[in-house]
Design a binder for this molecule. Structure first.
Ligand SMILES: [Zn+2]
Length: 318
């Protein structure tokens, strides 16, 4: 009887010890990355899978131009091994927090800031941060993130690089298919009017005239003159649709539609586009590819082009 309970005690002791070791090694293994937006989070997740830990601060539908970090965000960033954000003033109200983290010795990286320079894009003042709207440019950000992740965890270099090459091919296909589908819209109808100026790089890449009622940041106010100018463009070119955005209020777009009606024209509101955040987590639109597929399909459908019901990624690659 005595021997039996001694054995039990010894077993419990060993189970306890092994549990302790597992917990400790898990805590040591997983380095933590914090990303500001869902778009950066998507790239990171595709590279790290379960090898490192990722937290995203702004969920679906959150406007990064206006976002102020919460106490819990600051805590998450201070506990992370690496903080990734876009830069180019996208996260305009988080800059002080990034600076404080940098001063404390934290690795904080703006992933989009050197991309524009390397592409010699026309200079835009103030800087335009919306480069994810061009999958070709966004593919370059994937390389920037890969370099940061390898520096953080050199033992994962091979596996991160292999995943990067795979995902990079998918982004290339996304870009090629976007181009094919958008070309089905008659040239004179390639005018994209949205709530704010998030689609400049989309326009440069695919040959669209792009007009936002508000400026590059949603912090700017739209004036009566902006609306009048757009009413003229829409009525003269007989453009059939304008688009709302997932992170911006519909107010200005509705004013624009009324303006066109008063001028004797007709324009409808197309489905909402994902501008500064992806869709809900767990859905197709909650991935970067799904977000762009949705936008390209919606724009094509409403401006008179042809797009498969199953989305642009279902196109055969020829
Ligand atoms: Zn924006």
């Amino acid at each position: 009887m005595l021997l039996d309970s001694k054995l039990k005690l010894i077993t419990i002791f060993f189970v306890f010890c092994s549990l302790l070791t597992t917990t400790n090694s898990k805590a040591e293994e997983k380095l933590k990355i914090v990303a500001t937006t869902t778009m950066i989070g998507d790239l990171v997740q595709n590279l790290i899978e379960d090898d490192l830990k990722l937290e995203i601060l702004m969920g679906a539908g959150i406007d990064p131009h206006l976002y102020k970090p919460t106490r819990s965000d600051v805590l998450k960033m201070s506990q992370a091994n690496l903080v990734l954000y876009h830069g180019l003033f996208l996260e305009g109200r988080m800059l002080d927090a990034f600076e404080r983290l940098r001063t404390s010795g934290k690795k904080v990286k703006a992933v989009a800031e050197n991309i524009l320079l390397s592409n010699a894009q026309e200079s835009i003042e103030p800087a335009d941060p919306h480069i994810w709207m061009d999958p070709k440019l966004w593919n370059e950000v994937l390389s920037v993130i890969l370099a940061e992740l390898i520096a953080l965890s050199p033992k994962h270099e091979q596996v991160f690089t292999a995943r990067k090459n795979l995902y990079s091919e998918k982004l290339k296909l996304l870009d090629e298919n976007s181009e094919k589908v958008l070309k089905t819209i008659p040239i004179e109808k390639r005018v994209l009017v949205t709530a704010h100026d998030a689609f400049h790089y989309f326009g440069l890449r695919y040959g669209f005239q792009v007009e936002g009622i508000q400026g590059i940041s949603t912090e700017s106010e739209a004036g009566v003159k902006d609306i009048e100018r757009l009413v003229n463009i829409l009525t003269q070119k007989k453009i059939t649709a304008v688009f709302t955005e997932s992170t911006v209020s519909e107010k200005n777009i509705s004013a624009l539609v009324d303006g066109v009606k008063n001028a004797g024209g007709e324009v409808k509101i197309g489905d909402s586009l994902y501008s500064d955040s992806m869709g809900n987590r767990g859905t197709y639109q909650g991935t970067y590819i799904g977000m762009i597929d949705h936008n390209i399909s919606t724009i094509t459908k409403f401006l008179g082009g042809d797009v498969p019901d199953t989305g642009i990624m279902s196109l055969e690659n020829k």
